[in-house]
Ligand binder design. Structure first.
Ligand SMILES: CC(=O)SCCNC(=O)CCNC(=O)[C@H](O)C(C)(C)COP(=O)(O)OP(=O)(O)OC[C@H]1O[C@@H](n2cnc3c(N)ncnc32)[C@H](O)[C@@H]1OP(=O)(O)O
Length: 466
């Protein structure tokens, strides 16, 4: 959209541009993603090491105006190092020469400033010094933090990269001393590694940081603190007398990812939500991967939660009784209201997420699953239909009726629900194209079943006997 507007603007400026092109060579530029390499390092020596892999940020092109390309440099290479102890950064920018072509010369430093803000230091010596001068930055910042967990959560394991006894989860209110400063140094990591994320408002005291910290004892020195991951959680009021928690941002630093730390942090947050008896814990726009991890954890909690077992058994009985897909009306496979309420109150899992988990609990309880797969697929298709269209198979259809109007005729229509079985008359347009809609629903249901299988496989491989 933005690019489209710019090219239209460029068309308007055509005559002026043509005059310039006469003197300037064409410059195809280079994508920011191609020429910028980012490294996370924890010592001076690692800067020159060939063994430190570069990390993959979400999309660096986004930080460069226009089409995400950098113009005006020949053989441009940008290496950015981030000191994971102090969270300072340094960019080494090299090129053969600048070329003042038709697109001008991109101001690289101001683009990097948009990502790294105050953490970027101007010269390499200054950056190298941060490894010693700022060695205790994290330790000092979290010294007022509340230790809410030490070691790993019972029954879970994290990779041997970090000894469990070195792990701590600390909580800081964003308004508490140092929390805002610490977060301002974490912002570049949020921008680089959490897709679509914006920095939180550090002036809003309802934000809390949960920091997963590795505390390493070192000979003759104070312990060294490093951030392994963190999450920003918003705690807000619910009428009349409760609080809710919303997890809005979570990041495990790249070299620690895929080793159980994200799950560990979430499990600690779950424990806090239960211990503090908040109304519920929700997640703001979870990524697919995070949603998978969250679901795996919640499925294990739900499988160990006895009060919902009779409701699961009842659903299984209905599903295994006979060919559901041949029935005129498909029964809804949703948990009873008291189970929804019990799960929210005891485990702090909200209704929307519990309904998704419920489908997986049923899948896991169907034995053998292959025998019931046809009926199970019908159940999921029905759920997907309800989620998307807001209706069950046999419920009334939504219709769009054109309304004559002299004001914005194309925008003048009303939507209403007709009674069951009522056919559209000639003035009524049915909103959706039926065959396309059925095909799309089928694909969405298949996608949903794929997600369900993935979670089921993960949880049964980790804890098959629950
Ligand atoms: C609200 C938001 O912020 S959404 C955005 C989330 N953040 C990001 O995407 C930023 C970049 N990514 C990250 O920071 C991290 O990868 C996170 C936070 C998404 C996940 O943390 P990680 O430490 O990488 O995940 P973790 O190692 O705990 O989980 C890894 C695996 O264990 C599985 N797993 C974890 N716990 C369980 C469990 N209890 N049962 C079964 N499987 C489990 C996960 O499903 C996952 O499986 P996979 O290896 O097939 O992917």
């Amino acid at each position: 959209m933005v690019q489209k507007q710019q090219s239209t603007a460029a068309l308007g400026a055509e005559p002026k541009k043509r005059r310039r092109v006469g003197f300037s060579p064409a410059d195809i530029g280079v994508e920011a993603n191609e020429c910028i390499k980012i490294y996370l390092v924890s010592s001076k020596e690692e800067l020159d090491s060939t063994e430190i892999p570069c990390v993959n940020p979400v999309d660096l092109n986004d930080f460069f105006d226009g089409d995400g390309k950098i113009y005006g440099y020949q053989d441009l290479k940008i290496n950015v190092w981030i000191n994971r102890i102090s969270l300072h950064s340094y960019a080494d920018i090299t090129y053969q020469r600048t070329i003042n072509g038709d697109k001008g010369i991109t101001d690289i430093n101001s683009a990097l400033k948009k990502i790294f803000g105050e953490t970027i230091v101007a010269n390499k010596d200054e950056f190298l010094q941060t490894f010693s001068t700022e060695r205790d930055f994290i330790r000092n910042m979290v010294s007022n933090g509340e230790v809410i967990h030490t070691g790993v959560v019972d029954g879970s394991s994290v990779n041997a990269q970090v000894a469990p006894s070195d792990l701590q989860v600390l909580r800081m209110e964003i308004g508490s001393p140092n929390a805002g400063l610490l977060y301002s140094r974490l912002v570049p990591l949020v921008l680089l590694f959490v897709d679509g994320s914006n920095p939180i408002d550090v002036t809003d005291p309802d934000w809390h940081l949960y920091l997963l910290v590795q505390k390493k004892d070192e000979k003759e020195e104070e312990p060294l603190y490093q951030i392994v991951g963190f999450t920003a959680i918003y705690k807000f009021y619910r009428y009349p007398d409760r609080l809710r928690m919303r997890l809005s941002q979570i990041l495990v630093l790249p070299s620690f990812q895929g080793k159980g730390f994200g799950s560990h942090l979430l499990e600690v947050v779950n424990k806090v939500a239960v211990a503090e008896n908040v109304y519920d814990l929700t997640v703001e726009e979870p990524s697919e991967k995070f949603q998978h991890i969250r679901t795996c954890i919640d499925i294990n909690r739900l499988r160990a939660f006895d009060p919902i077992k009779p409701a699961i058994d009842a659903a299984i009985q209905t599903l295994t009784k006979g060919k559901l897909s041949k029935k005129a009306e498909m029964p809804r496979f949703t948990p009873p209201l008291n189970a929804i309420e019990n799960v929210r109150e005891s485990l702090k899992i909200n209704k929307k997420h519990f309904l998704k988990c419920w489908e997986i609990l049923i899948y896991l309880a169907l034995e053998p699953i292959d025998k019931y797969m046809e009926d199970y697929t019908s159940v999921i298709t029905n759920h997907v239909r309800t989620d998307i269209l807001g209706k069950d198979i046999e419920t009334p259809k939504k219709q769009v009726v054109d309304v004559p109007s002299s004001f914005a005729p194309e925008a003048s229509f009303v939507v209403f629900k007709s009674g069951s079985g009522e056919e559209a008359n000639s003035n009524v347009q049915v909103e959706e194209n039926k065959p396309d809609q059925e095909e799309q629903l089928k694909q969405l249901a298949e996608e949903r079943i794929r997600e369900i299988r993935l979670v089921a496989e993960s949880v049964t491989s980790i804890s098959p006997n629950v």
